[in-house]
Design a protein around this ligand. Sequence first.
Ligand SMILES: [Cu+2]
Length: 373
Amino acid sequence: MLALALSAAIALTTMSSGQSASQNVFLTDRYRVELRVPSEGVFAGEEVDIEFRVGDRKQDDPILGPAGVPDVKAVAVITMPSMAGMPSARPKIHAEGVPGDYGIEAFFPHGGEYAIRLDLTVPDGEKFTAKFMVNVQDEGQKGRKPKAKPYRLEAAQTDGTLRLKVLESKTGKVVTDFDVAHEQKLHLLVASSDFTWFLHEHPVMRADGTWEMPFKFPYGGNYFVYADVAPAGKGSQILMAPVRIPGPAPKRAENWNQNLGPSSAEGITGRLILPSDGIPVGRSVPVTLRLIDPATDQRITDLTPWLGAMGHLMIFRQDGLTAVHSHPDEVPAQTGEIRFNARFPKSGNYRAFAQVQRKDKILTFSFTIQVKD
Ligand SMILES: [Cu+2]
């Protein structure tokens, strides 16, 4: 009797919130929601309209399918389940010309699997949530023209002050409203063009949207200035502005040979451990930072959280145009090892900077990773 009741309850649950085999259709007893991902796919780094249709299964036409439901109130939230701590996007939704059809004004900062949650309220007041997964392809795919990014960064240094602005590309409007990610609204990352010099700071925003910080570039030459930001509701974006500084530059040959350590900071030795069978392009892979005290050969187990995590790993492609998102596993153990998940969208040479906090000091380790096709 009990078993029967249980199986009936499960069947009911499956029916009321189930997902069809296609994964793009979500059903309740009454309604059918279909996510219409563009047939050519969805690509990172461009704004895309993803349509969905809400149909009434009680008015099911044998040819046209469930009648479209107009005036649905919809709230969309886009997250990346593999990237814990990445700010969610809350994209705008508009009604299309056809009753029951709606469009999500989405933007995906980089490739990977995203979850789209739709909280829907139909005109009779019924509320339900439909969830979908969307696989987003990396930008810069062959045969695809790069599209304008929704935001851009301005960076300039004058009189010992670095000033940054995040602007809406279309309107030129300065963005002043940001979501917090890893305890900050803006993470400033500055690197020399050969990625041998690196800085991670948190400037302060003035009311007009200018981010300021006392700062002088260490020498002349080209730099990449990155702002890791999430304009309110728009999700995570890494924006880059190249900066050229006059003056003498140190003469040295660029070295991009793979170098997984040892890298030293404050007397501690860091090594990077990559998957033994290589790094597949476009797939999330575990990257482990192992920290050792060379005096005792013991693992370092007294790190303290910094910016909401036990470690941060920032990875840049040699051309400066690709910054790799990586996040530590959600529950890092005090084992002297920090495991990150990193995803390399292209083959090429990458410089990785790992940062941890120990005894109130920030330790920065640098590595070079070669990703082959
Ligand atoms: Cu930061």
